[in-house]
Design a protein around this ligand. Structure first.
Ligand code: FCB
Length: 470
């Protein structure tokens, strides 16, 4: 017999928190272009770093790729109806740069741009607000060949591309996110090589950090100047709470470094106009200097209207690795994560909702005055679908409930959080994990492309309706 006592008590507390969210709180679902669109070579789309990475043997689980994905490019109107049926206010999607500028520069590819034009119209006709992310990791391959994000020119190319999309959609789109998770682009893409383009150079990654931020700032300034009506402009960062594993100085230092390279190296230049001094010192001890040119920080700190926060987990950080070493092979100090012993998702990510509350409260304290929206939060679990495609995903529903409650708890402690997006609308291409990891509120049968809302989707719909008082 399933012991539900604890769960019931827990969810009563969660329910109370969630039901205390204001009626104007924004609710949404999020996706990204490469993960769902497919149609990888249609209507003039050029290759991106993800197309190339997927074709590099050994990089993606099962040799999978986004060629077809959820075939959203061909099923968009039905997918928009699905979104509307969940009762969300807003849908966050990304525009594929290689559809709009196949080689990353030059004039717009009208057929590629037309897809997003239709998507925006379809959303508005269905009563759903569009929220555009301009870059969710799919750099045109030609720009990578010219140096990628470690090259300064890429920042300028990004701003040009952003303006093409902005001019085409600004009459109907109010909310704009420049970049999704620059940490992933820089660190996973250029340092760890676990995501496209798969380079492994710390120096390249640090150059990428600065040029991603510069690209954000250049685009933000130009969009702001060209806006014909009020816009809501921001950037999305992925963050968690980094806690020292013990009170030892080594662990505290490791947690400081993890937080510095994971969060503050983005937050400080964006919101305070300077890089964090302790991290600059750490970098210079490694012989690394950020490629900052005079005037860059003023561009990067162009005021934003909303900070997008993506949260999945939090970590205990140690200054000693599993082999007992305090320095890596290059003599740099170690920051390793150690398990807290919490239940994990199918990604092996520990489930730490209170780390979410702590993060939001800390952000509102350290970077006051910037409203936040949770632009992604969700979980992969090993779903089992019945013959009809339905998944009774109590685990995902529990994750969502505890994390939305964590947001509500942060608001009670003063964090200015104005909305929440579940990641993700659909099961989709989970980057180097391929299709095995399912994050969707809606199950996708990849053979037939049939979509079936899971229990979590229905719970989410009912929760939104209840909180809004509908
Ligand atoms: C985030 C990404 C998103 C998805 C989720 C699980 O880091 O922004 O595309 O992969 O993780």
């Amino acid at each position: 017999m399933l012991d539900t006592t604890a769960a019931v008590v827990e969810s009563a507390a969660e329910l109370e928190l969630i039901d205390g969210l204001p009626a104007e709180f924004r609710w949404g679902v999020a996706t990204s272009a490469y993960q769902i669109e497919g149609a990888h070579d249609e209507d003039g789309r050029g290759p991106s770093i993800w197309d190339t990475y997927c074709r590099t043997p050994g990089m993606v689980e099962g040799g999978e790729n986004g060629d077809v994905a959820c075939d959203h490019y061909h099923r968009m109107p039905a997918d928009v109806s699905l979104i509307a049926s969940l009762g969300v206010d807003v849908y966050r999607f990304s525009v594929a740069w290689p559809r709009v500028q196949p080689g990353g520069r030059g004039p717009a590819n009208a057929r590629g741009l037309a897809f997003y034009d239709r998507l925006v119209d379809e959303l508005l006709e269905s009563g759903v607000d569009p929220w555009v992310t301009l870059y969710h990791w799919d750099l045109p391959q030609e720009l990578e060949d010219a140096g990628g994000w470690p090259a300064r020119d890429t920042a300028y190319r990004f701003a040009d591309y952003a303006m093409i999309v902005f001019e085409a959609l600004q009459d109907r789109v109010r909310t704009w996110t420049t970049l999704n998770e620059p940490w992933c682009s820089a660190m996973l893409g250029y340092c760890e090589g676990r995501q496209a383009p798969g380079r492994q150079s710390f120096d390249d990654a640090m150059d990428a950090v600065h040029h991603l931020l510069l690209g954000h700032g250049l685009a933000a300034q130009r969009m702001r100047a060209a806006a014909r009506k009020p816009i809501e402009l921001g950037i999305t960062l992925n963050m968690g709470t980094s806690m020292p594993a013990t009170r030892s100085l080594a662990d505290q230092e490791a947690a400081r470094r993890a937080d510095g390279l994971g969060a503050r190296i983005y937050l400080d230049p964006l919101l305070r106009g300077q890089y964090p001094g302790d991290i600059l010192d750490d970098l210079s001890a490694r012989g690394v200097k950020l490629p900052v040119v005079d005037g860059d920080l003023a561009i990067i700190s162009e005021p934003i209207d909303v900070l997008g926060v993506n949260y999945y987990s939090s970590h205990l950080v140690s200054g000693v690795d599993s082999a007992g070493r305090t320095e890596d092979a290059d003599g740099n100090p170690v920051s390793s994560t150690v398990p807290m012993g919490r239940p994990v998702t199918a990604m092996d990510w520990e489930i730490v909702p209170e780390g979410f509350t702590d993060l939001l409260v800390r952000l509102s304290r350290d970077y006051p005055g910037v409203p936040m929206v949770i632009t992604e939060n969700g979980a992969a679990f090993d779903d089992v679908a019945d013959e009809s495609g339905y998944v009774a995903d109590a685990d995902r529903t529990g994750y969502l409930s505890s994390h939305i409650a964590a947001v509500a708890a942060a608001r009670q402690r003063g964090a200015d959080v104005r909305g929440y997006f579940a990641w993700s609308l659909l099961d989709n291409f989970e980057w180097s994990y391929g299709y095995a990891k399912r994050f969707g509120l809606v199950h996708v049968d990849y053979e037939t492309q049939v979509r079936t809302p899971k229990q979590s989707a229905l719970w989410y719909r009912d929760t939104i309706r209840r909180v809004r008082g509908g």
